[in-house]
Structure formats: structure tokens, C-alpha cells
Design a protein around this ligand. Structure first.
Ligand code: MN
Length: 234
């Protein structure tokens, strides 16, 4: 069978220490998975986290340690960073037991769940979907994956972000409300998970705006770092 238009290659993440790439199928994101972030977003810190999705075509994969560029997006005047650990599934499944969920993980990366906060707020105010606030071009920068075979399954360790050399976010992975295995188990009750699916596992407190010219440096102990430069709008 031929395709009527030329076929695209799947978005893919690089893998630290390997020439192989990791093709990305879907991007699940957990919202409000750290108590202090719930509070800064106006919650009482006692809410249940929840999920939303971003298109895999919003990925900006970092090929290596150098900075990737993200264009300031259209139709926003409040463009926010959210530093998150990214979990890449190498094995799918449904109704996965949290105790066995780590067996489904290929590796981990450092990601930024970039957000048009003003458009997200419009969605919240009107009870509408979040897509325009969360799911747009270049909304998901992500570092190279470190395979679990090398890094293990990080459940604690610092997660941090500096903007122009000033620390803006710093927390510990152990402060997640839903651990990574719990997130996988929960999602697999609602979806048949597939190899290539990735999960942005939530951001700690300290989210804030960036503008063209800003340099972000995000990191997670034992996982890696991600450098992103914000450049002028297209
Ligand atoms: Mn997020």
C-alpha cells in the first residue's frame, strides 16, 4: 500500500550511551502530583492527581548535552516551565500491578512540561479541555533517556531547575503523591499501555514564566540534565 502523502518518522528520544533511538507513541502527563505544587496552583494540597495527554509531536528531543531551542509559542503571554521526570515504557500491558510496574519501564529522562498558563486558565474557567494550554508545538522538551538497566528505578533524589543560573524549582522525587509504579498501575486501568508510551510524572512547586533569551537547565540526580534556550516566536 502506498500513502497519499509522505510518511513521517515517529518522534523519538535519544538514549544515553547508545546509537539507538526510543520511538515515542503517546505522552501521558500527571497533574498536581506534588503537594506544594497543588498549593501554588490554588489547591489545598489534598487533591487526587489526574492525567492529561500531550501529542508525541510536541516533543523536542535533546540529542545530547547541548541546549535545545524552544520557540516562544503563539497566543500566550504567560509561558511556564514545569520540570518533570519522564518515564519511558518498554513493555505495555493492562491492569498492571504496581508491584510489577517497574518491569515495564525502559528508562528515565528529564523533561519540561511547557505550558501556556493563560490558555490553560481559560480552559479551567470555562470547564473546557486543556489542550491549547498543554498540547502545542514544542511543548515537551526531553533529555536523552537513561536505561533502567543502568540507572535502576529512581524513587528518590533531587529534581531541580535553574533559569539563567537562578534556582527556581528544587524538590525530591520521593515527594511525589503517586509514585511512578502507582502512576503506571493507574493508567493501565484506563488504557492498554504500549511500548513507546511515556509518562511526564508531575512537577514540584516553583513553576513560573520564561521569555525569549532565557536559558533553562533542568536536572534529576542519577538521570541527567536538560538545557533549553527560549528563542523568539516563529
Ligand atoms: Mn506538568
Amino acid at each position: 500500500m502506498a500513502y497519499a502523502i509522505s510518511l513521517w518518522t515517529p518522534p523519538a528520544l535519544s538514549i544515553a550511551g547508545s546509537h539507538d533511538a526510543f520511538p515515542v507513541r503517546r505522552i501521558f502527563c500527571v497533574g498536581r502530583n506534588y503537594v506544594e505544587h497543588q498549593k501554588e496552583m490554588g489547591g489545598d494540597g489534598r487533591e487526587q492527581p489526574f492525567f492529561f495527554l500531550k501529542s508525541e509531536f510536541s516533543l523536542v528531543p535533546a540529542p545530547g548535552p547541548g541546549a535545545v531551542e524552544v520557540h516562544y509559542p503563539a497566543k500566550t503571554s504567560n509561558f511556564h516551565y514545569e520540570t518533570e521526570m519522564v518515564v519511558a515504557l518498554g513493555k505495555g500491558g493492562r491492569r498492571i500491578d504496581a508491584k510489577k510496574a517497574n518491569d515495564h519501564v525502559f528508562g528515565y529522562a528529564v523533561g519540561l512540561d511547557m505550558t501556556r498558563r493563560d490558555l490553560q486558565q481559560v480552559g479551567k474557567d470555562h470547564g473546557r479541555p486543556w489542550d491549547f494550554g498543554k498540547n502545542f508545538d514544542e511543548a515537551a522538551p526531553c533529555s536523552a533517556l537513561v536505561p533502567a538497566a543502568k540507572a535502576g528505578h529512581p524513587a528518590r533524589g533531587a529534581i531541580w531547575l535553574n533559569v539563567n543560573g537562578k534556582q527556581r524549582q528544587r524538590a525530591d522525587l520521593s515527594e511525589m503523591i503517586w509514585s511512578v509504579p502507582e502512576q503506571i498501575a493507574y493508567l493501565s486501568e484506563y488504557y492498554t499501555l504500549e511500548p513507546g508510551d511515556v509518562i511526564y510524572s508531575g512537577t514540584p512547586a516553583g513553576v513560573g514564566p520564561v521569555k525569549p533569551g532565557d536559558e533553562m537547565n533542568a536536572g534529576i540526580d542519577g538521570v541527567g540534565e536538560l538545557k533549553v534556550r527560549i528563542v523568539a516566536a516563529l
